[in-house]
Write a protein that binds this ligand. Structure first.
Ligand code: GLP
Length: 222
């Protein structure tokens, strides 16, 4: 079972994530980080950037693989995950852009941080996804397009229909999985993830089978 940590807010979750990843990079300077988009990880990336700068941690050899990407958006679009990962992670942390790939190819033995969709998706593995590895082309669920319309002027028609994502099998090969979720809107998905049966209806429930998964949630999501 995943370990579940209930925190006060996103800032406290960010501090936990930042300490864990900063210590990893100190011990393993060429660590591979799995990188999620969405709003859930933003405070964690900011906290990690602060620790990296305060403790003058050398991140020049760190590699990063993003979980997923929209299909049909130019890389330069501000909401492409290429742009998002560079704006929210690569630049604040000072990573070498050459070592960060969106989306990832193979991600064995890496720690990976993720958010969760209100429908229980991880990466862009929507309900009904198999445990396949590799990088998969998928159709976005209607619920995810509705949720993500906030990044596209509230207009669902601007949200791409398709995406490319690391498969659940690939995500499961990460050495340490960290899932962050905040707010009541995630409570049902977290309940299914932690207490439901392992099922394709809730892709995140696969975390129940991972040997080292950490779920960090606030009171509302818990
Ligand atoms: C997008 C990402 C997912 C992420 C989800 C959660 O759909 N592709 O990887 O899990 O956002 O978003 P948020 O954290 O903003 O709720």
């Amino acid at each position: 079972m995943p370990e579940i940590i209930i925190v006060k807010d996103e800032a406290e979750a960010g501090e936990l994530y930042a300490r864990c990843v900063a210590d990893l990079i100190k011990a393993k300077p060429d660590a591979v980080l799995g990188l999620a988009t969405g709003s859930s990880p933003l405070a964690a990336y900011q906290a990690l950037a602060r620790v990296v700068h305060d403790e003058a941690i050398d991140v020049s050899a760190v590699r990063g693989f993003a979980l997923d990407e929209y299909l049909g958006l130019p890389l330069t679009h501000p909401e492409s995950y290429h742009s998002t990962i560079h704006r929210t992670v690569v630049e604040p942390l000072g990573l070498d852009p050459e070592k960060v790939h969106v989306p990832g190819d193979v991600l064995e033995g890496a720690p990976l941080e993720d958010g969760i969709g209100t429908d229980g998706h991880i990466g862009f593995n929507e309900p009904g996804s198999s445990l396949a590895s590799g990088t998969r082309v998928k159709t976005l669920a209607e619920q995810t397009r509705i949720d993500n319309a906030r990044f596209f002027d509230g207009d669902i028609n601007q949200v791409p229909m398709h995406c490319i994502t690391q498969g659940i099998g690939t995500i499961m090969k990460a050495r340490h999985l960290v899932l962050l979720a905040f707010g009541a809107g995630k409570a049902e998905a977290i309940e299914e993830t932690c207490e439901g049966g392992v099922s394709a209806f809730c892709p995140a429930s696969a975390l129940q089978m991972h040997p080292h998964a950490t779920i960090i949630v606030d009171e509302e999501a818990a």
